[in-house]
Design a protein around this ligand. Structure first.
Ligand code: AMP
Ligand code: ZN
Length: 481
């Protein structure tokens, strides 16, 4: 079996990835807070998680992937202060928190589908796991790392840092955080800490919030009616579905100093065992050029904005794949269009591919190059170069027998090459495209030209040209052929 090397934020080194019970890998990645559409920055995080999972599958592992859907308890500040994001947005939109969360969960899953992200084995909603969270909080209290105050149950950060497993390291406010390597004073200096008067220390964070009568979503608990904090949901759900020690945990780098630090503290103080063996983090998508295509300036675009601009969602997938996950990535339309050209270059190969023949021997080198790059801390730009050069070499040699290799690589790249081949072979539109065409035909018959235009844009974004004739008929052909 090949071995992936990956940068482990816990040790800050690139390590060989060795799960506890191969070939199984238990994997938890932090999911969305469903109070608004997830933007393209968020999507980078989910695409990274998907590529990591596909890379492990490429290496022969079986990945059990769990992702949370946060629908309660995530406050407007990661450090517990402010209002619950879901409740605040529900109020602003005049809906119930449940309606709002259901709506944005649907939108989120739809975005993942468009980006060809493999569904997680488990998507778990925070509000479905209140009992598990209450159980975990009880264990933390029993072990002396949490206390009950009138405004809530708090995790005793100072005691944990001072008395945790490595007491010898305790100095001042205790051990530095495992992930951020910061002492408490540094960790929180950048933030204004909302100091509930009954917290023992401003660094303590809420496991369970009490006495907030205006909060709509509330549950009974041994400590009174209230609702859970955000961090505790990830610990409770990760352990419920994956066990007390999981192999792999991921999220964006913004989660290092608070959210993941707190997840580790809660979980390890409850179990006395290591929580996650590898923590991996993706860098941010940045830049403002995207503002040009966003509906309101200052907001990071969402996937629908790209579709409205005629850009294939899979071009965004390829754009992220073409960058290293640990490097900040600047968003630009030019770069996206370049990614789209590469996408259509690979799709175009389906017209000449030889799927029924075994591959020519030269393909093997490119497979090896791809695998080696991928396993080298997910060097996806180098892996992509190997895939593109494989196709270029096939054209150069006029020997087009590389399909088995290309589709093996596409199981990681996720560009739906097989679906395009089926389209070319059957000379009929893929089902999802045909469904859009049917809806557009209906819209035109009903003279709903606004909807028809919107559907045209969607078709263009999926790579299809639309031609409307004078007689009212239309034809649809792939732009990449
Ligand atoms: P949130 O809904 O804020 O909890 O974010 C969901 C995921 O997106 C988390 O893993 C974040 O770390 C990640 N994330 C947020 N903004 C960006 C960004 N600009 N680039 C990459 N990842 C991001
Ligand atoms: Zn989390």
């Amino acid at each position: 079996m090949r071995t992936l090397s990956i940068f482990n934020s816990l040790t800050r080194t690139v390590e060989k990835f060795e799960p506890l019970n191969p070939p199984l890998v238990t994997y938890y990645s932090c999911g969305p807070t469903v109070y608004s559409r997830q933007h393209l920055g968020n999507m980078r995080s989910y695409l990274f998680a998907d590529t990591l999972k596909r890379a492990l599958e490429f290496d022969g592992f079986t990945v059990r992937h769990v992702m949370n859907i946060t629908d309660v308890g995530h406050m407007t500040s990661d450090a517990d202060a402010g209002e619950d994001k879901v409740e605040m947005a529900a109020h602003a939109e005049g809906r119930s928190p449940q309606e709002l969360a259901a709506r944005y969960t649907q939108a989120f899953l739809g975005d993942l589908e468009q980006l060809n992200v493999e569904p997680a084995e488990v998507y778990c909603r925070a509000t479905d796991h209140i009992t598990d969270m209450i159980g975990l909080i009880g264990r933390i209290i029993e072990r002396g790392y949490a206390y009950v105050a009138p405004s809530g149950v708090y995790f005793d950060v100072v005691r944990y840092r001072a008395c945790g497993r490595s007491v010898a390291e305790a100095k001042g406010s205790g051990r530095p955080g495992r992930l951020s390597r910061q002492r408490l004073e540094e960790q929180h200096s950048a933030q204004r800490l909302e100091h509930a008067p009954d917290k023992r220390s401003p660094h303590d964070f809420a496991l369970w919030v009490l006495n907030q009568p205006r909060h709509l979503m509330q549950w009974d608990s041994p400590w009174g009616r209230g609702y859970p904090g955000w961090h505790v949901e990830c610990s409770a759900m990760a352990m419920k579905y994956l066990g007390e020690t999981i192999d792999l945990h991921s999220g964006g780098i913004d989660h290092i100093p608070i959210h993941h630090e707190n997840e580790i503290a809660q979980s390890e103080s409850a179990t006395g065992k290591p929580f996650a063996r590898y923590f991996v983090h993706n860098a941010f998508l940045v830049g403002s050029e995207g503002a040009k295509i966003s509906k309101s300036a200052g907001r990071f675009p969402v996937l629908d904005d790209l579709v409205a601009a005629g850009i294939n969602p899979l071009a965004f997938r390829l754009f992220c794949f073409a960058a290293k996950y640990r490097s900040e990535l600047g968003f630009s339309l030019d770069a996206l269009k370049a990614a789209e050209r590469n996408l259509y270059y690979l799709w175009g190969f389906t017209k000449v591919a030889r799927p029924e023949q075994p591959d020519a021997p030269f393909a093997r080198d490119y497979y090896e190059r791809f695998a080696e790059a991928l396993n080298d801390d997910l060097n996806t730009p180098r892996a992509l170069a190997a895939a593109l050069e494989l196709v270029a070499e096939a054209y150069r040699r006029s020997d087009l027998r590389v399909w088995q290799t290309l589709t093996a690589l596409d199981r990681v790249m996720g560009l739906r090459l097989e679906a395009q081949l089926n389209y070319v072979r059957a000379s009929r539109l893929p089902d999802d495209i045909q469904a859009l065409v049917d809806r557009r035909t209906r819209a035109r018959a009903e003279r709903n030209f606004e909807l028809a235009d919107q559907l045209r844009q969607e078709l263009v974004a999926r790579g299809y040209e639309v031609r409307d004739r004078r007689d009212g008929s239309s034809s649809y052909a792939p732009r990449w052929s």
